[in-house]
Design a protein around this ligand. Structure first.
Ligand code: ADP
Ligand code: ADP
Length: 228
């Protein structure tokens, strides 16, 4: 599903964020990405949906060559990847339903099918009854649920999450994690950068630790491995 060979990323200011990274992630895996601030986690994650481009090296996501992908093809890649952020990034002028429907790639589906699809994912995240509300009317946990609904509405093979529980209290974080577990159980690959020691140590999955732009640890069912 995801392959990186010798991926190197140097920002225009000269900072080397990824220093020759090699990794393979199979379809259906759940992977935590951990490491200290500035280690390169976000850069690693941003490569996946081509928010950043490798300076050199080879990288494939679902068979798509990220390094050479033309800018005009980036929307095609993003249709196959769901992305969830720490700060939700919902569109404030659109209600819950519209935020999810907006992300849905309306190719050949009839309006009634689209409606059914959107309501189904809202139901899955427990927000069907709040479809007409606006982001500012929702709690942080609810906003993150909307963003998760938006991330899966296109049925992507992989969902990428950058600190999805970073703004949430522990109880809400666990609710959100349960949603990711459910999504993963249906076969979707999950790649999640997190500082949440508690969660990584409780809901065990593969742990990739990044330091100084390199993978320093890669353990199936591993622990967080850093002090809180
Ligand atoms: P993490 O997510 O682990 O905190 P990042 O990937 O954000 O790490 O950052 C890795 C390194 O790259 C840091 O030294 C950071 O300052 C630098 N960096 C991140 N984004 C940029 C950017 N857009 N331009 C220049 N340097 C950046
Ligand atoms: P259908 O019955 O049309 O196959 P699905 O059951 O696949 O519909 O769900 C419709 C939408 O909700 C899809 O976008 C799907 O990705 C998402 N979805 C529903 N349940 C899950 C789940 N457990 N994990 C991941 N995605 C889900």
């Amino acid at each position: 599903m995801i392959q990186m060979k010798n991926v190197y990323k140097k920002y225009p200011n000269g900072i080397v964020a990824l220093n020759g990274m090699n990794v393979e992630i199979e379809q259906g895996e759940f992977v935590y990405v951990v490491g200290p601030s500035g280690a390169g986690k976000s850069t690693f994650i941003k490569m996946m949906y081509r928010e950043e481009r490798p300076t050199s090296g080879q990288m494939l996501v679902d068979g798509i060559d990220i390094a050479t992908l033309k800018n005009k093809k980036v929307p095609l890649l993003r249709r196959q990847i769901g992305v969830v952020f720490q700060d939700f990034k919902l569109l404030p002028r659109l209600n819950v339903y519209e935020n999810v429907a907006f992300a849905l790639e309306v190719i050949e589906e009839s309006p009634s099918k689209i409606r059914e699809r959107v309501m189904k994912v809202l139901d899955m995240v427990g927000l069907k009854h709040k479809a007409r509300m606006f982001p500012t009317e929702l709690s942080g946990g609810e906003q993150q649920r909307v963003s998760i609904a938006r991330s899966i509405v296109n049925r992507p093979k992989v969902v990428i999450a950058d600190e999805p529980t970073g703004n949430l209290d522990p109880e809400t974080s666990l609710d959100i994690m349960n949603l990711f577990e459910q999504i993963n159980a249906s076969g979707t690959t999950i790649l999640m950068a997190t500082h949440n020691r508690e969660i990584v140590n409780t809901l065990r999955h593969r742990v990739i630790a990044i330091e100084g732009g390199l993978i320093v640890r890669d353990v199936a069912g591993g622990d967080y491995g850093y002090e809180a």
